[in-house]
Design a protein around this ligand. Structure first.
Ligand code: UTP
Length: 296
């Protein structure tokens, strides 16, 4: 029996930091090299053995559903033009029929609310939660690393991916307190959302990958509003931590916050440089740009 079979992808946010690009197009469809953000994250979940992909969408997000469907006309044209490689790629990326579900968050009331909107699809089993605007680049995906680590702790545990940031930036994130180590993970002693520097229990922040027990859904159902008037996931996790263990995993790899412009641009550079088919040409373009900027 698998530890985690289902993954939730909240994609109902407004993406205001990317306006006007996100006026008519979802932020999650912005490409990092030639794959939309949401595709990168679904790839990560597939690699980790996830069998069911649950998307919490909203208005203007129908294109995400289309992205995970067949495009028969396009496939026919590619076949006629003998573009077999492109066709194979499209087929490879497509989830198996019946393994995707879509539900709507009618108002973007926060991440916690988005997760709660998926409650009927999640049912009463542990689930993974992946924020599509965070990419983690490593040969073994972040969620796969978390599932490996989950085998070392009690099955009724919650696991979150964490990473270090400079102290002066902790006030932008959810921050965890560090307890005893257990294999590759450590026990979490506290969680604080966007603390002032003095109140931060460490400089380890929540990175956007979670394995959660279904009891979180009952806590989210109370619809308590937290920071910014939104229904915060961290608040529900703090409440759940009173009755269930929470562990943190310092994952291997580099994360990119693609919800910010700099993080998104950095991800494009890093992913392009990791692609053998485009890295040589791209590297020489970057060198030219930098040389011109430096006056040489
Ligand atoms: P963000 O807060 O980074 O996304 O949420 P946002 O609100 O779309 O972006 P900005 O701040 O306005 O630029 C992280 C993820 O959670 C989803 C978003 O779509 C994003 O993938 N989300 C956020 C929801 O699904 N619903 C919400 O109410 C809020």
């Amino acid at each position: 029996m698998k530890l985690v079979r289902k993954a939730v992808f909240p994609v109902a946010g407004l993406g205001t930091r990317f306006l006007p690009a996100t006026k008519a197009m979802p932020k999650e469809m912005l490409p990092v090299v030639d794959r939309p953000l949401i595709q990168h994250v679904v790839d990560e979940a597939r690699e980790a053995g996830i069998e069911h992909f649950i998307f919490v969408t909203g208005r203007n997000k129908a294109v995400i559903e289309d992205h995970f469907d067949r495009q028969v006309e396009l496939e026919t044209t590619l076949l006629e033009r003998q573009k077999q490689k492109a066709l194979d790629l499209l087929r490879h990326d497509l989830p198996e029929p019946g393994t995707t579900s879509f539900t709507r968050q009618q108002e973007p009331l926060g991440l916690g609310h988005a997760v709660w909107c998926a409650r009927e699809l999640i049912g009463h089993e542990p689930f993974a939660l992946l924020l599509p605007d965070v990419l983690v680049q490593h040969e073994r995906g972040c969620l796969a690393q978390m599932i490996d680590a989950a085998r070392e702790v009690d099955q009724r545990s919650n696991i979150v991916a964490v990473e270090e940031v400079p102290r002066e930036r902790v006030d932008q994130y959810g921050v965890v307190g560090v307890g005893a180590a257990k294999g590759k993970v450590f026990s979490i002693t506290s969680m604080v959302e966007k603390p002032t520097q003095g109140r931060a229990p460490s400089n380890l922040i929540l990175t956007g990958r979670y394995i959660l027990q279904p009891e979180i859904l009952d806590l989210l159902a109370r619809q308590d509003r937290g920071t910014g008037g939104e229904i915060q996931l961290t608040d529900a996790m703090i409440a759940l931590a009173r009755t269930q263990p929470f562990y943190g995993l310092k994952f291997d790899g580099r994360s990119f916050d693609c919800g910010s412009k700099i993080g998104f641009l950095a991800a494009n550079v890093s992913y392009a440089l990791a692609r053998p088919d485009i890295a040589p040409g791209f590297r020489s373009e970057i060198k030219k740009i930098l040389a011109e900027l430096n006056g040489g």
